[in-house]
Design a protein around this ligand. Sequence first.
Ligand code: TXA
Ligand code: MG
Length: 329
Amino acid sequence: METRVIPIDSRHPSPEAIAEAAALIRSGELVAFPTETVYGLGADALSVSAIEKVYAAKGRPQKNPLIAHVASVEQAKTLTDTWPQVADTLAKKFWPGPLTLVLRKKDGVPDALTGGGDTVAIRLPAHPVARDLILKAGVPIAAPSANRSGSLSPSEAAHVLGDLNGRIPMILDGGPVTGGIESTVIDVSGTHPALLRPGLLSLEEIEKVIGPVERPILSGDSAHALKSPGLLTRHYAPRTPLVHGTLVDVEKLLHEGKRIGFIHYSNTKFDHKTYVERVLPAEPTAYAHDLYRALHELDSEKLDVIVAELPPEKDAWLGVRDRLERAAA
Ligand code: TXA
Ligand code: MG
């Protein structure tokens, strides 16, 4: 299959391009498109055969449920029978935006979408291309990150093409995303809201609005891993082995004759660098924005090891730390 890459203006998406992409979605085909977090691989969320194509293109384990992307709260309510107060509060405050809500699913929502479970994950994205595409398609759009399963999420169209060329018919290229890491996933189907995946929207912002949210022990908590398979370790990983460390570790590895990439945020300056370096901003949102691009770039440098400096153990860094933990798993 030939993969067409269609350039599209992120702020004022061309109606012709949107119409063409929406027609593909309606006919059960896949379209990769930009959202404010990462690029998504879109399919009609109500079509079992379209969802099966997503799993096939990604090589994703069948049980992993997908996020249904909607264009309005009304459309969200077509997928769930319950709309608890906490969902309403969060939606009013953070939608459209990088927040995914897990709710009890309505009868008839395909098991293929929800991984057979009785909940459904829903997000109302802010990106104009995503919004226009959902509106024009007239159906909720299931969209995991547009990468092969287990590899890095795409923050630009070239990353999608690198992973999925020949496997999907169309990529809408709206340029690099503004967010950089995935949405925050909050389970509001139970008695207490729980964090299932830290992400672009910080827990601090969320707790300001709804009070304390239950937190999983970040990695290796199997109960939560089962509840949200996105919490399985070894996810969001570059092909190059990644370890956590500092300049001391970099030097040790250089002594062993290894080719090293170093991702850090602490602005160490050295005259004779013998490693490939990416210095990221020392602020969580800006860091998140640059992280996947830095990993993608280092991944193409044919390095033996990427050393990544872990940011502080603070709530504001949860999403970034989570991605770095998984990249190293
Ligand atoms: O930012 C994002 O969320 C991006 C863009 C494209 O919107 N999408 C994304 O999708 O990251 P994906 O499929 O790569 O990750 C979906 C996450 C996974 O962690 C999955 O386990 C969780 O959401 N999830 C989906 N449905 C769920 C459900 N019913 N219950 C619990 N977790 C669910
Ligand atoms: Mg993903």
